[in-house]
Write a protein that binds this ligand. Structure first.
Ligand code: UD1
Length: 422
């Protein structure tokens, strides 16, 4: 199994290209199931989660090829000859559940395994189910699988979610594009990945309004056609690399970065003492000098502070001057990085969904391990400024969400290596 070794020390300088968004791509790919015509995605990230979604789509009968070194995904769902999303694939990745809405809309039936346990909380699917039921689907849970049918086809309806779930919004919007009549989704999620999905569905011929607000209206059409669509910039990868010079010092330009994707995050960086400048090519990030200041952070659905940047932000606050309070409001049990950061010398007290971080002057390298993607990368970031060597195990988590992480950080002068035991 591979490990990543980071030796903390020098300031960083240079540029890092930001890839297309994993989470947008994982929602865009199942949209191929809505049409018989080809869907091509450009600016796709090269990640193991994208391979998992490709595997799932091809298991259903779709064709998918990866071109231009994986940056272009050419898909076609002319023939969907299987309607069962198998547990063996779904258990690897929760986003597999995004095939449910499109399959139901296109075929009138779908059987999708429940994703099962997840390291960052229970993560149920009740909102996906109730939303699709509101559109006329009949859904039963048997043997760990959701058996969904829409014998009379889906019909537009008004549905209000009691929480703005990203995945449920995506599933319901995709299903509603082929439903009869108009669907109004209230308290919809407003994430940029949903705006990107809607832009693509519109190119495919869908009639949708209100994306990026909490009310999305979808007028069903008889069929969707093919399209080509570039995947939006990955705001979580962007935020992660913006934190690299914030933690290690120096100046890094994140190519393709946009403030509108990470505004709440940039406000917190500014309060901590980090400069973010918009350039013609992206965002230039530098540390204003001296020790960073503590800031309080509460995660929230977009446009709030993203839960997917909470672990990385905590890594930065470990060495800020003062006490920072981080509140995790999206997922329960999402502080698994805290004990590992503590092993590196951080002072963190976790009580339920609140972590209190008292800044220390310096972290010290240590062997560490994390159980999810963002927690793992937070340990790499912490290692960039820690004294000595940090060895991060279970690197496969990082491969799910960060393409060429070692190369990108090496490119700005970080002392980082990936080593294989075999
Ligand atoms: C997506 C992102 C993930 C991010 C999360 C929140 C993808 C592939 N993943 O995940 O990286 O951390 O948004 O920004 O886009 N919930 C329910 N019932 C449901 C659905 C969700 O109670 O039917 C709860 C979940 O348990 C969780 C919260 O809502 O506590 C957020 O989930 P949701 O917004 O659905 O996140 P995902 O789409 O799974």
């Amino acid at each position: 199994m591979d490990r990543i070794i980071v030796t903390g020390g020098g300031a960083l300088k240079g540029e890092i290209p930001i890839a297309g968004a994993k989470n947008a791509c994982l929602a865009l790919m199942p949209a191929t199931l809505l049409s018989e015509e080809p869907l091509t995605l450009t600016n796709a990230p090269r990640l193991s989660d994208i391979k998992t979604m490709t595997e799932l789509l091809t298991s259903l009968g779709a064709e998918a090829s990866s071109l231009q070194d994986g940056q272009v995904l050419a898909m076609s769902s002319h023939d969907i000859n299987n309607h069962i999303a198998d547990y063996d694939i779904v258990r690897k990745m929760r986003a597999s559940n995004l095939v449910l809405g499109p399959m139901l809309a296109r075929l009138g039936h779908a059987v999708v395994s429940l994703p099962g346990g997840c390291a960052i909380g229970a993560r149920p699917m009740d909102l996906h189910i109730h939303g699709l039921e509101a559109l006329g689907a009949e859904i039963e849970l048997r043997d760990g699988y959701l058996h969904a049918r829409a014998p009379k086809g889906l019909k537009g309806a008004v549905f209000e979610m009691n929480f703005a779930s990203v995945g449920a919004t995506e599933n319901i919007v995709m299903a509603a594009t082929l439903a009869k009549g108009t669907t109004v989704l209230k308290n919809a999620a407003r994430e940029p990945e949903i705006v990107d999905l809607v832009a693509c569905l519109r190119k495919m011929g869908a009639h949708i309004d209100g994306e990026g607000t909490s009310e999305i209206t979808i007028e069903g059409v008889d069929r969707l056609h093919g399209a080509t669509h570039p995947v939006v910039t990955d705001r979580i990868e962007l935020g992660t690399y913006m934190l690299a010079p914030a933690i290690a010092g120096g100046e890094v330009e994140c190519i393709g970065g946009r403030v509108d994707l990470v505004r709440a995050f940039v406000e917190k960086l500014d309060a901590a003492g980090i400069s973010v400048e918009e350039t013609a090519r992206g965002l230039k990030v530098s540390r204003r000098g001296g020790r960073l200041s503590a800031v309080d952070v509460t995660t929230a659905p977009f446009p709030g502070f993203p839960t997917d940047l909470q672990a990385q932000m905590m890594a930065m606050l470990c060495t800020a001057d003062g006490v920072s309070v981080l509140e995790e409001r999206i997922f329960e049990n999402r502080f698994m990085h805290a004990p590992e950061l503590t092993r590196m010398g951080a002072d963190i007290d976790v009580q339920g969904g609140t972590a209190t971080v008292t800044g220390v002057k310096k972290l010290k390298g240590a062997p560490v391990m994390a159980t999810d993607l963002r927690a793992s990368v937070s340990l790499i970031l912490a290692g960039l400024a820690a004294q000595g060597e940090t060895v991060v195990n279970r690197v496969y988590h990082l491969d799910r969400g960060y393409e060429q992480l070692v190369r990108k950080l090496k490119g700005v002068g970080a002392n980082i290596e990936r080593v294989s035991d075999t």
